[in-house]
Unconditional design. Structure first.
Length: 346
């Protein structure tokens, strides 16, 4: 039974990976964490989807997929539409929200989300969509993603268009979940979090290139809500969500996870959304950013396919586990031994 399940998932993920890369994706022999390091591979963003590319791809999939309803939930500071891809087959089904690119220079998770959306339009995903409602906000910070901001980016290192962490006003959207001073965070709260009965959320980010555990660089790190105001049962469900991700990534041979070291502030989505809305939340920090002013935060383009694949695997496996109910028996004991990541200094 487990072998058949693995084969089925591998087939679906292979299709999604092909969509992501426009062709074949070859799994590396070593872990993602040991892929190209800073200085090894160009810092280019020309291969990444622009906002216009993203909008066109979403609109194309909306026309192709009966199950998909594409909505505009608001506009960015510069007036760009903010999109929500909605798959709701039954309001009684459990619902998961996937959120990407609160930080504009963290784009590979968005590329993975687009590939996941394309894969949901294939016949292989029909059973998945019957049992779980899926919401995807695939670029909350389009102005930052396009470098269309009201502050200089002269020190950013990408050779093509720049991407910045902050929105056009210079605000970190993932520190704005209480005050909600920015139109992007208001749109998310008013028209997604406040409009749907959401059970789970994965907030997808990127971190620097040098986090490691046990002397080996990681492909990413995960963390559940750590605010003391989060209900313990909600934290347990969040840990189960993390258990599904861990069980999917670690056996691949190319992925390696650590425990993210995070704080208790409720201004960030992992904590604030859990407390305010009763949503089980998981932070996933993928390795390496698309652009930055620090070289040790950026990966060369040759690592992109691996991290996109890791995103697709994460979204596919968590949606399936929620839909078939297996998340309810996910083993959370791994959290007791999952090492906290540290940062390599040499």
């Amino acid at each position: 039974m487990e072998h058949a399940r693995t084969a089925r998932l591998t087939s679906a993920l292979a299709l999604a990976a092909l969509l992501a890369a426009g062709g074949a994706v070859t799994a590396p022999a070593t872990a993602v964490g040991e892929g190209p390091n800073p200085g090894n591979g160009q810092y280019t963003t020309a291969h990444l989807s622009t906002y216009e590319d993203l909008a066109a791809q979403l609109q194309d999939q909306d026309a192709r997929q009966d199950a998909l309803e594409l909505k505009v939930i608001g506009q960015s500071v510069k007036g760009r539409d903010l999109y929500l891809a909605e798959y709701v087959s039954d309001p009684e089904n459990p619902t998961i929200l996937y959120l990407t690119q609160q930080h504009g220079n963290e784009q590979l998770t968005t590329e993975g989300a687009l590939s996941f959306i394309k894969a949901l339009g294939t016949g292989k995903s029909a059973d998945l969509l019957q049992n779980v409602n899926i919401l995807v906000v695939p670029m909350l910070n389009p102005d930052g993603a396009m470098g269309d901001v009201d502050f200089p980016l002269d020190d950013y290192l990408a050779k093509d268009r720049h991407l910045t962490r902050y929105n056009a006003n210079g605000i970190d959207l993932n520190r704005d979940h209480v005050a909600r001073t920015q139109p992007e965070t208001r749109a998310l709260h008013e028209n997604v979090l406040g409009a749907y009965d959401i059970d789970y959320m994965i907030d997808l980010h990127h971190q620097g290139t040098q986090p490691e555990v046990d002397g080996e660089l990681v492909s990413g790190s995960i963390l559940y809500p750590t605010t003391p105001h989060a209900d313990p049962e909600l934290v347990r469900r969040s840990q189960q969500l993390g258990a599904v991700v861990h069980a999917a990534i670690e056996p691949t041979g190319w992925g390696r996870l650590g425990k993210y070291v995070g704080g208790t502030a409720e201004t960030i989505s992992r904590n604030g959304i859990a407390v305010e809305y009763g949503v089980a939340t998981l932070l996933f920090e993928m390795r390496g950013m698309s652009d930055h002013y620090r070289e040790d935060y950026i990966l060369g383009a040759r690592s992109n396919g691996y991290l996109i694949r890791q995103t697709v695997l994460t979204l596919t496996e968590t949606a399936r586990a929620i839909g078939d109910g297996s998340i309810g028996t996910a083993d959370t004991s791994f959290w007791e031994t999952l090492p906290e990541q540290t940062t390599r200094t040499e």
